[in-house]
Design a protein around this ligand. Sequence first.
Ligand SMILES: [Zn+2]
Length: 198
Amino acid sequence: MAQKYPETLNSLISHLKKLPGVGTRTAERFAFELLRWKPEELQEIGDLFYELPKKIIPCSVCGCLTQENTCRFCDSRDATSLCILSSPRDAYAIEETRVYRGLYHVIEHLLSPLDGRHAANLRLDRIEQRIEKHQIQEVILAFDSTLEGDTTALYLKQQLSKYPISISRLAFGLPVGSTLEYTDSGTLARSFSGRQSL
Ligand SMILES: [Zn+2]
C-alpha cells in the first residue's frame, strides 16, 4: 500500500502516536505543526531529545530524577521517614501537597508475577540499607490503589516487619484502580495525612 505521506513525515507521525493520548489525527496535526517551526527550533528540541537519556538520570541514592549524581530530595530532608514509590514522577505529585518532608525511594516497578515482575527485581536490599543507615521510624508505601499496588505493599510489609518501624500506606478514599498520577493534589494531601498503618 502506498504511504500516505513522504516517508520521513510518516515516520514522525508513527513516533508521535506512541505518546499517551495521541491518536493518528492528533499525531498528524502535531507533525504538520512541526513542519511550520523554524529550523533552529526543531534543532533545539531535537538536541533535547538526544540529550534526555544522558542528562536526566535516576539519583544513585533514591532513584528520583536528577541531572547530578544525587537529587535535591536527598539533601537536608527529615531522615526519619522513607516514602516508597513505584515511579519517580510520584515524588513530584507528593511534593506538591507540601505534607511530606522525608526521604523517597523509588522501586523499579510494582509486583506483577503474571507479567514477569517478581520480588527479585525490587532490590529489597537497597531499601533495607537505607532503613539501617538513617534513623527511619516510618515507611510510607505510596502505591497506586491497584492489585499490583496491594501485592507490593503486602510483600514489603512482610519483608520489613523485622525492623522496629511503623509501615503505613496512603489512604486513597478513592475507588480501587486509582493511580497517583491522576490523583489531584488535594486528594493526595488528604491520602497522605490519613495514611493507614499496615
Ligand atoms: Zn535522591
